[in-house]
Ligand binder design. Structure first.
Ligand code: WTA
Length: 630
């Protein structure tokens, strides 16, 4: 493609960015991957350590249950830590962390490996074995990645539950995964306040019975209830002689599960997406290396939460696989003032910043004076993820934060894909709002209802038509749902749940979800979860939740509620219901407004037609009402 011919608003990367990049020529790489997909991924996989080499790169015989690096033996934790401690990188910083109150902690690769080994020994001594599930429910503190890596080291399957979730969300996830062990902390700091995680966990454990041991990291020092025989302090365990500095590492099959991560689906309860040691490792390693152009001197900051896929792939695994220095910040971007992020970029000399459009829009509101007070010249690349970035926010980010010289990697991907799928490279021309094209070796398309590719600039269903190494392998305990939800609408194609367009230059423009998934401040929530939290309140008979456009959050939740007969609506009821959702699900799920109604629009088969509610709320005419019940 002749770059000079690109249409629309185009930003060309600076020469020195291209010169610096691992991949200067996207086209050659994409062509190589197109010609030999298995060879492309095998070359990347060979940069990592395998205890035993694979026999086959890709096995499609049981598709859509694809298998990668079949017969290969490895362990992702070995590649994250031991591979580096065997080299001069042992003294390099693996993790840098700043607490909301300003404390600083850091771990070299050597030190991080030691902590992980010690904690892995503790987990083993508590009876955790290969294949066992461990739930991790914490704030953004270093012990969270330590716990994840310790699980991986001994072959246990971690299930991290975001620390912003609360009782019912946690209980459901513990119960579904049948976790034996819960790792949590006394509390987490958020905007100067303490979120009582241990107390929430205690309440959740009354609803989920499988947990035998609770390991508690002390973060806030606030008093917590410790149940004898079940609850133990992390620091006390870590001081025991049994927590030796070395720990036998489990040999994992490439296809052995690494983690479960619950995410909201089209309907019903959140589902556990399952990722593996081999393919996920190769996918996250490769994508991060090329897209954020990781070099040894870099200080890289992904400002997501480790409790979501972005944190799993690109705070913890991807950066450590690349031997990078990953920075993690505990608190809110504007605490105590809107300069917080910019001051940390200057203070630590951050080179790469990866965040979400909602954070950019939120910081943009405070004006340029805040970032302009800091030296942000260390920045080389910027990134965006989680929802479409509006061109206004893109341009502000580019101009004010990146000073016009830092390309923005707008990465489209999902919990299910494990790795970047549609993404720029530092060397490609950018258009604000487009993630450019699929990663080399990844084929994507946009289909109409009948499964035919749509024309240029036409909207349709975004699908993926090649397997990729970091793809989810299944929904834990529910392979049927995996097939139905992702692979049944169009034979041979993975359905993303998003709608998109492609322009004349082949650039993809993702528009948003076409199912009942909501992106609120970049967080992924299901209407079903919000509705079920509402219905669990004794006053509520039925509920429907929709997302409506919001300037900062992208979408805001609005709910409609039918009260049980005999319940009188009173002044405080709306507030009570909103708080109830925050208590059961988490503050991120709290509806902006609740409207009390007498009926909800439904199909003849009784399904709530949320799109009708949404159209009405937006003052539009709802399209196609043929299925609406009288
Ligand atoms: C949306 C987050 C537009 C999309 C990594 C997808 C995006 C969902 C982008 C997955 C982007 C993510 N541009 N939309 N760059 N990145 N999305 O599982 O709707 O939390 O389906 O994974 O986020 O959300 P999830």
């Amino acid at each position: 493609m002749a770059e000079s011919k690109l249409t629309g608003d185009v930003f060309y990367p600076p020469e020195e960015i291209i010169r610096h990049a691992h991949a200067r020529d996207w086209g050659t790489m994409a062509a190589a991957a197109e010609k030999d997909l298995e060879g492309f991924w095998a070359k990347e996989a060979n940069e990592l350590h395998w205890f035993e080499h694979w026999e086959k790169v890709l096995d499609e015989s049981k598709k859509p249950f694809y298998q990668w690096f079949v017969g290969g033996k490895t362990n992702i934790a070995y590649n994250c830590l031991d591979r580096h401690t065997a080299t001069a990188r042992r003294n390099k910083l693996a993790l840098m962390w700043e607490g909301e109150k300003g404390e600083f902690r850091s771990f070299s690769y050597f030190a991080l490996r030691r902590e992980v080994c010690r904690f892995a020994n503790i987990l083993r001594s508590l009876g955790v074995q290969k294949g066992d599930r461990v739930t991790i429910y914490m704030g953004r503190i270093p012990e969270l990645p330590i716990a994840m890596l310790a699980c991986a080291r001994i072959g246990a399957i971690h299930s991290v539950v975001y620390g912003g979730f609360t009782v019912e969300a946690l209980a459901e996830r513990i119960d579904d995964s049948q976790s034996k062990v819960l790792i949590t902390c006394d509390g987490a700091y958020q905007r100067g306040k303490v979120v009582p995680l241990k107390q929430i966990a205690d309440e959740a454990l009354q609803r989920a019975a499988t947990v035998e041991s609770v390991l508690v990291v002390r973060r806030t020092g606030e008093p917590v209830n410790m149940e004898q025989g079940r609850d133990m302090w992390y620091h006390e365990l870590m001081a025991l002689p049994i927590a030796g500095n070395s720990c036998h590492i489990e040999t994992m099959d490439a296809e052995d599960p690494l983690f479960l991560l619950y995410t909201s689906g089209t309907t019903g309860k959140p589902k556990a997406i399952l990722h593996t040691h081999g393919g996920y490792m190769v996918g996250t390693y490769t994508t991060l290396k090329y897209v954020f152009d990781i070099h040894d001197a870099d200080r890289y900051w992904c400002a997501a939460d480790p409790g979501w896929i972005t944190g799993h792939s690109y705070i913890v695994y991807g950066p450590l696989l690349n031997g990078a220095t990953s920075f993690m910040y505990e608190g809110a971007p504007t605490y105590p003032y809107p300069n917080r992020w910019w001051s940390m970029i200057e203070k630590y000399g951050i080179n790469i910043l990866y965040t979400a459009p909602t954070a950019i829009r939120g910081l943009m509101r405070f004006g340029e004076a805040w970032p302009n007070r800091y030296d942000l010249s260390s920045l080389r690349l910027l990134g965006s993820v989680g929802e479409p970035i509006n061109p206004e926010a893109w341009k502000w980010y580019h101009r004010v934060i990146g000073k016009g010289k830092c390309p923005i990697m707008d990465t489209w991907w999902q919990t299910e894909t494990g790795m970047f799928m549609i993404t720029p490279f530092p060397s490609v021309p950018l258009k604000p709002g487009s993630g450019t094209r699929p990663f080399p070796g990844v084929k994507m398309d946009i289909y109409n209802e009948e499964g035919k590719p749509v024309g240029i600039d036409e909207e349709g269903f975004l699908v993926i038509t090649t397997p990729w190494p970091a793809m989810m392998r299944t929904i834990y305990k529910d392979p049927e749902r995996y097939v139905n939800q992702y692979w049944s609408k169009y034979p041979g194609a993975y359905l993303t749940g998003d709608s998109a367009k492609r322009d004349v230059d082949g650039y993809f423009w993702v528009i948003g979800r076409v199912d009942d998934v909501l992106k609120v401040s970049g967080y992924r929530l299901g209407t079903a979860e919000i509705e079920s939290a509402l219905v669990s309140h004794p006053a509520v008979a039925e509920a429907a939740a929709i997302g409506l456009p919001h300037e900062v959050k992208g979408n805001a939740i609005h709910a409609y509620v039918i009260l049980k007969t005999g319940i009188e609506k009173h002044d405080r009821l709306e507030e009570e219901l909103r708080n109830h959702v925050a208590h059961e699900m988490g503050p991120i799920a709290k509806p902006e407004t609740i409207q009390f109604v007498d009926s909800l629009p439904k199909t003849r088969s009784g399904k709530i037609m949320r799109r009708v509610l949404k159209a009405r709320a937006l003052g539009q005419e709802p399209k196609d009402l043929s299925t609406l019940e009288e």
